[in-house]
Design a binder for this molecule. Structure first.
Ligand code: CA
Length: 417
């Protein structure tokens, strides 16, 4: 869609400037031939981009043969832009997402993978100090254990992003990473297939991640994250390890909160488990925290407010967010990893009857809060940290629990003011 709008507006601009062209021809300064500009198709504009990008890549020291084979053969993929610009009006509530993550089929396949690759997992663990459960969870969620790795041409899609749209900087950076991967001999060009957004292989690494963290675990000279389980899982382990994974420390623990708990403390502030225990925050099973656990730093997470389950989340939870910066994703990954170990049941149920907000609701929530003096720092239809902070401030001003969670009832109250 975006492509046609752009082409259309180029055509309009050319028409609008046509009368001025007659004056321009009388000017002595050299002018580009006007008729060519008018006839310039998107393909020609793309060719200019290819030439420009190639010149800059060669100036940076990439070989001209490499640049020609990668950039010279790239094609625009309009569907990549369409996928990128689609923001769904309705998304799943977090409870549906988490239920879907730990589906019986994904659990069963994961258990089979853990058994089948036990020796490989042991070797990876001894090198990277990352356990099999978290790796299997990532593998299962990122690509359904390699069954859904994407078949799109990575170079075409990244070149398309670099050429036009809202992801030009991303597209450029990732294309340079592709050139690096090929220059380094990490992969072969014909392996470069993946998702529309440029994520590749069983672990769905984007090129910058691939370039910096992929490993050749079986030592055959190729970092095959598409077909080789050892390369893929060791690469994920390497990534987690480099981002601070703490072997044998927990990712999260579900907790019960006392009556009258101050939900303002779910704003991401960090304290030790012992300090949370002093506030009557205890494991759902009623047991005491172990001596080791009491020393750990943790944050309190409630994704569905005071009516839903609460979790203490540890350093490893934040490491998972380095993989994909989404709290729901990290919760899903953690719950799946726990499930492989016979845990992962969430004891306190979600407020499943709650009606969640659509994209346009979220935008009007942000506009309304900002108008009322609770600044959401923009209107993007995403309930991120700034919007949660504004919701908490509104809740505080209105004598409600400051959990930063909004569903249709609270939305109606906010709008009504
Ligand atoms: Ca290999």
């Amino acid at each position: 869609m975006m492509r046609f709008i752009t082409v259309f507006s180029l055509a309009l601009a050319a028409c609008a400037s046509a009368p001025a062209a007659q004056n321009a021809t009388q000017n002595t300064a050299p002018q580009p031939p006007q008729s060519n500009q008018q006839e310039q198709t998107q393909a020609q504009v793309f060719e200019h981009w290819q030439a420009d990008f190639s010149a800059r890549a060669i100036a940076k020291g990439y070989g001209s043969d490499l640049v020609r084979s990668v950039i010279g053969n790239a094609k625009i993929n309009p569907r990549a832009l369409e996928s990128d610009s689609t923001q769904p009006e309705f998304t799943k509530p977090v409870w549906s997402y988490v239920d879907g993550v730990r589906s019986p089929a994904r659990l069963k396949s994961g258990q089979a993978k853990l058994t089948k690759h036990a020796t490989l997992f042991a070797a990876i663990q001894s090198r990277y100090q990352v356990d099999s459960y978290i790796l299997t969870s990532i593998w299962g969620l990122e690509s359904n254990y390699g069954n859904n790795i994407g078949t799109q041409d990575i170079i075409d899609n990244l070149a398309t992003f670099a050429f036009e749209g809202r992801r030009q900087e991303f597209g450029e950076e990732q294309l340079f990473a592709v050139l690096d991967m090929l220059k380094n001999g990490q992969v072969r060009k014909n392996q470069l297939k993946g998702s529309w957004a440029g994520a590749m292989g069983m672990t769905q690494f984007i090129p910058t991640t691939f370039r910096d963290y992929a490993v050749d675990f079986d030592g055959d000279g190729n970092q095959d994250l598409w077909k080789n389980e050892g390369d893929a899982l060791a690469s994920a382990a390497h990534y987690l390890s480099r981002h601070g994974w703490r072997f044998q420390e927990p990712i999260l623990a579900e907790v019960l909160l006392p009556d009258g708990f101050d939900y303002a403390l779910t704003d991401g502030s960090k304290r030790t488990v012992a300090s949370w225990a002093a506030l009557d925050v205890h494991p759902v099973g009623g047991q005491n925290w172990s001596t080791n656990a009491q020393l750990l730093d943790a944050k309190l997470l409630t994704l569905a407010g005071h009516k839903g389950p609460a979790f203490l989340i540890f350093k490893n939870f934040d490491v998972i967010k380095r993989y994909n910066n989404s709290t729901s994703y990290a919760l899903g990954i953690a719950i799946l990893a726990e499930s492989f170990q016979g845990r992962g049941q969430i004891v306190r149920d979600w407020p499943r009857a709650d009606k969640i907000l659509s994209l346009s609701d979220k935008k009007s929530l942000q506009e309304t809060l900002t108008e009322q003096g609770f600044d959401t720092q923009g209107v993007d239809g995403r309930i991120g940290p700034n919007t949660r902070k504004a919701i908490r401030a509104w809740q505080k001003a209105n004598g409600l629990p400051q959990d930063g969670y909004v569903e249709q009832n609270l939305f109606a109250q906010i709008i009504a003011q």
